[in-house]
Design a protein around this ligand. Structure first.
Ligand code: G4P
Length: 526
């Protein structure tokens, strides 16, 4: 196969949802269809249960196995599919945002009973920022959910996207009969099943055919005819290009746990989902077809073994061909590195690979060279854009609990924040360290890992902060004046950039109103 053919057959995507909508179940069913796993339960065991008694011990246990499910590669209909795992637990939302920088499209799962939920909203914002094509799977049709038209309206309004149904449910909950494929005109009848076998499709050339009544009953047949007429009146024909341009989201209905509608979803996905897409850097747009290799690190996973400091850095290949044992340029550190055991992930397995193509995700063993967002090239000095950090929501002062171990604490904090577990800010007044996270769980994780991996101990002290905002101004003198004026509320992030620590939304608003020349950014990339 040529390099061009290899690139063209790759589909790299992630599944996003509010916890409990069915992401894990759907992932598992997709892997079963792709033949990547043989039994259900393999992915499920990796899930962090919401509200579990000791969440973070659970995380520790799972960190060991979650490397294997970080990327789940499988073959389906001659496409090489890379499914990237995104943590469902909202405390790890930042991890998910970063993973979304490495995909080319997304499948969003929505629970038909609950509709749009808070996490769905946030994740969609990230997709919008990057113009990532989104396909919607409305799940749990076997439950008494909302009316499908109302659901679509809610999705359009709440998420500010345009949708286009490609399948349509016949009945819902107890009376759920199946789905009608609006394009192929097939009816797929529902039979609750958790087996690997999809339900059989019955082709109905014309929904006025009396056969429809025999299949789903008089009432459902009448309703479907009316619904289809309405859909054809309300929605324009589905245009794949509009989906690829992230202007419209196709919608499919099903029930993941019953293995229903999953194959239709996968078939539709391999038909229309985008090939590897180009990525922006600080100097140019990099295209997959470009001959020279480039890639970036979007995730770092520390090794569970405390005797080894090794970590696995996950790299998305953006252009060229990655080759094992070849020297590549680490742009930020301005040095060359060679990797003799890069790994690819095929569902449950890790394999050492000799080459990888754009769209692929590879794992690189790392002894501390990489930070999230780092670029690797064949010599070019370019930096990939778009791995933003968002203002944390929770803040704590870090107090060293063991003065003999301050070096270890320093190193531990450096490395854990390189991994993206939390953000580190240093106050200008007294060099005090402040950790910022999205969820409370990370503080426990940090304390636990500092002890286990770096023999350092720390305590946290609450800091009442509303937001950490990056500040900028084209006129350096004005920025310096602002920093002096707000000295007690200023810190630097790990890259040495100024951050304004706002104690309340009012304090932020005042600072903004009084300093019109200064721009306040909620994310680190501007
Ligand atoms: P998540 O990863 O998005 O958090 O969701 P997950 O797949 O774990 O699914 C959450 C719950 O919803 C699970 O039940 C799962 O079995 C159920 N579920 C998934 N798809 C469907 C569906 O199509 N119909 C129905 N009725 N339920 C569905 P649980 O009780 O939390 O877990 P489990 O004990 O079944 O594993």
């Amino acid at each position: 196969m040529t390099r061009e053919e290899e690139i063209a057959r790759r589909r790299t995507f992630g599944i996003i949802s509010h916890p409990d909508a069915g992401k894990t179940t759907l992932t598992e069913k997709l892997l079963l269809f792709g033949g990547a796993i043989q039994t259900a339960g393999a992915v499920k065991s990796n899930k962090i249960k919401k509200g579990a008694t000791s969440d973070f011990m659970e995380i520790e246990r799972q960190r060991g196995i979650s490397v294997a499910t970080s990327v789940m590669g499988f073959e389906y209909k001659n496409k090489k599919i890379n499914l990237l795992d995104t943590p469902g637990h909202e405390d790890f939302a930042e991890d998910t945002y970063r993973t979304l920088t490495a995909v080319d499209s997304v499948i969003m799962v929505i629970d038909c009973v609950k509709g749009v939920e808070p996490q769905t909203r946030k994740l969609l914002e990230v997709c919008r920022m990057r113009q990532t094509p989104v396909m919607v799977f409305i799940n749990k049709l076997d439950r008494e959910g909302q009316d499908p038209f109302d659901l679509l309206d809610e999705i359009e309004k709440e998420l500010r996207i345009r949708v286009r149904p490609l399948t349509w449910p016949i009945g819902i909950g107890k009376t759920f009969k199946g789905v009608y494929n609006l394009q192929s005109k097939d009816i797929i009848l529902f039979a609750a099943s958790s087996s690997n076998l999809p339900s059989a499709a019955v082709t109905i050339k014309d929904i006025n055919d009396p056969e429809l009544v025999r299949l789903v009953g008089e009432g459902h047949a009448k309703k479907l005819r009316e619904d289809v007429e309405l859909i054809n009146g309300v929605y324009d024909d589905f245009d794949v290009q509009e989906y690829l341009d992230a202007n419209i989201s196709p919608v499919l209905f099903g029930s993941a746990v019953n293995n229903f509608g999953v194959r239709e979803l996968l078939d539709c996905f391999v038909n229309i989902a985008p090939e590897p897409r180009g990525r922006e850097t600080d100097i140019k747009q990099v295209e997959p077809a470009d001959k020279k290799f480039t890639g970036f690190i979007f995730k770092i996973h520390a090794n569970i073994d405390p005797n080894h400091r090794d970590r696995i850095a996950f790299l998305r290949v953006c252009s060229g061909t990655f080759e094992r044992n070849k020297k590549y340029h680490h742009v930020r550190q301005n040095k060359d590195l060679r990797f003799n055991n890069p790994t690819a992930f095929m569902a449950q397995e890790k394999n050492i690979i000799d080459e990888a193509f754009p769209g692929d995700i590879i794992g690189l063993y790392d002894s501390g060279n990489f930070k999230i967002g780092d670029s690797l090239t064949e010599g070019e000095d370019l930096n990939f854009k778009g791995i933003p950090r968002f203002s944390p929501e929770l803040f704590r002062y870090v107090m060293n609990a063991d003065p003999m171990k301050s070096k270890q604490l320093q190193k531990g904090l450096e490395q854990l924040t390189d991994e993206g577990v939390a953000q580190l800010f240093t106050k200008l007044t007294n060099n005090q360290k402040i950790l910022g996270t999205v969820g409370a769980l990370q503080f426990e994780v940090i304390q636990y890992r500092l002890k286990g991996e770096y023999t350092a101990s720390c305590n946290f002290e609450h800091v009442s902060l509303y937001k950490a905002m990056w500040v900028s101004c084209p006129d350096h003198k004005k920025l310096d004046a602002f920093v002096q004026d707000k000295f007690n509320h200023m810190a630097k992030d790990k890259d040495g950039r100024y951050v304004f620590l706002a104690e309340s939304s009012w304090a932020l608003q005042m600072a903004q109103e009084k300093n019109e020349d200064i721009t306040f950014h909620e994310k680190s990339e501007f």
